[in-house]
Design a protein. Structure first.
Length: 148
């Protein structure tokens, strides 16, 4: 007699409406999309970190808030970020987080995190297309600044 063992697993599901895919091929489109998913009422209260998952044609597969933190930082759950990326079979990712202070310059911690995620993405044959720091009225793009 076989014994069935229930094992925990991560399940990601998504359903794409053919023809309505969002193409995120420049930083302005990414910023506009970020504003559409962010709760602007708390944008100045604490940091949130999102990952956007894209297919080979830079069409959005989906997005996920990876973590919310404090007024000055958030800890990014990198294994979760990549578990979702692998499950949805994405080709590239875009990182985005807010700075409640309104300061758009990346911190050294932002730089380190971006580089760690970029290096890990290469192991999965994925690309980090951009990392945006966003606020209500403006944004900073690592890609636009030639930093990726």
């Amino acid at each position: 007699m076989e014994t069935k063992v229930d094992m925990p697993f991560i399940k990601v599901s998504y359903h794409r409406d053919i023809g309505s895919s969002i193409n995120l091929d420049n930083s302005l489109k990414v910023y506009q999309y970020c504003l559409s998913i962010w709760d602007r009422d708390i944008m100045d209260l604490y940091e949130e970190f999102y990952c956007l998952y894209l297919d080979r044609k830079n069409r959005l597969i989906g997005s996920r808030m990876i973590n919310a933190g404090t007024v000055s930082s958030t800890i990014v759950n990198i294994p979760l970020l990549f578990a979702i990326a692998v499950q949805c079979n994405c080709s590239s990712i875009i990182l985005a987080h807010n700075h409640p202070s309104g300061e758009m310059s990346p911190s050294s911690q932002d730089d380190d995190l971006t580089e760690r995620i970029r290096t890990l993405a290469e192991l999965f044959s994925m690309k980090v297309l951009d990392h945006l720091i966003v606020s209500r009225h403006r944004y900073y793009s690592y890609a636009d600044e030639g930093r990726l």
